[in-house]
Ligand binder design. Structure first.
Ligand code: MN
Length: 259
């Protein structure tokens, strides 16, 4: 397979190179990743400044470091750097789970979503905890998952979001196909004072707790020491909402132009 590998933690991040080590044997892997940490940039793209891709050697391999976001990396790789479209885009492995509402903020997930928007199968991979013990077993699972994606295919516009519990691999209980959780995490903003006695604010993102009890959701799978695999769709339409909205009487009833 021709695989594009990216992340939101920057081209030097160990999670990316763990994936490279697992995927490179037998696959044609190209690394195109941000030139610095881009965690939390979501699906942002760079429109008002030029993008540059610097070819550099990392860990005895070659990669492209891009001064843009994860979504920029996928666009640039597919449109310019790669010789044609890849068969698969893999993003990660991110330190820190990307489950529940975090999926909306994650640059790791956005890279996979960007691929799926273009009809390319994609996997986003993350490990719970910000100092994961070992990326290698998770990376090997991603390789297996990539083989399954190749065998079964994904619907256009759908990608896989996989999250690993931060426990030794032998303590992982299994794999759960799960739904995205939607509960709002416990968030906080810490107010501090600068040396000139002016307040500044720091958003808390590390103290989040999964509060959902439904075992079918991604965060609960992680908490239960399962690998969580969730199919995510780019189409965000609320299809039940369509019917309800039809009942709102929004039609102009012959008064077109008088809205
Ligand atoms: Mn990250």
């Amino acid at each position: 397979m021709r695989i594009l590998l990216t992340n939101d933690d920057g081209i030097h991040a160990p999670g990316l190179w763990a994936l490279h080590a697992a995927l490179a044997p037998g696959h044609d892997v190209t690394v195109v990743a941000p030139d610095r940490e881009r965690t939390g940039v979501g699906h942002g793209i760079t429109l008002h400044q030029p993008l540059r891709a610097a070819s550099l050697a990392v860990n005895a391999a070659q990669g492209y470091a891009v001064n843009g976001t994860p979504a920029d990396c996928v666009k640039l790789a597919v449109l310019e750097i790669l010789d044609g479209r890849p068969d698969l885009v893999v993003s990660g492995i991110n330190p820190g789970a990307n489950v529940g509402v975090n999926i909306n903020y994650s640059g790791t997930v956005a890279a996979a979503r960007e691929a799926a928007l273009g009809g390319i199968p994609a996997i986003a991979a993350s490990i719970d905890g910000h100092a994961p013990r070992d990326f290698a077993p998770a990376a090997r699972f991603v390789r297996r998952l990539a083989d399954r994606v190749a065998a079964h295919g994904l619907r256009p516009g759908t990608f896989l979001n996989v999250n690993f519990p931060d426990v030794p691999w032998e303590e992982v209980l299994g794999v759960r196909v799960s739904r995205q959780g939607v509960s709002v995490f416990k968030e906080y903003v810490e107010k501090r004072m600068d040396p000139r006695n002016r307040p500044y604010y720091w958003q808390g993102a590390d103290m989040q707790r999964f509060r959902e009890d439904d075992p079918g959701i991604d965060g609960a799978a992680l908490r239960g020491r399962y690998v969580s695999v969730t199919p995510i769709r780019c189409d965000m339409t609320d299809y039940d909402g369509l019917d309800r909205l039809h009942g709102w009487g929004l039609e102009l009833n012959g008064h077109e132009g008088e809205a």
